[in-house]
Design a binder for this molecule. Structure first.
Ligand code: ZN
Length: 78
């Protein structure tokens, strides 16, 4: 069961809104997903890449979103 959580300060690469990005993880896929609840943007990242929107090509968004994504903890069923 994936837990979706908002990541404060992350700017959506598509619509530019902040605080609209949710991330979650699919343990069986070893991937992290993120989505924008505002415009519907969605993508996935390799598991070891932090959700840290550093490669913003859009320079008008100058805010440095130094966001440490909290390690998503999963409750192991066993
Ligand atoms: Zn968006």
């Amino acid at each position: 069961m994936a837990i979706k959580r908002f990541v404060a300060g992350v700017v959506c690469p598509k619509c530019g809104q902040s605080d609209v990005i949710r991330v979650w993880q699919q343990p069986e896929e070893q991937k992290q997903y993120r989505e924008c609840v505002d415009c519907g943007y969605q993508d996935s990242l390799a598991n070891d890449i932090k959700v840290n929107v550093a490669k913003e090509p859009d320079t008008r968004v100058q805010r440095q979103a130094v966001v440490e994504v909290q390690t998503v903890r999963f409750i192991e069923p066993s």
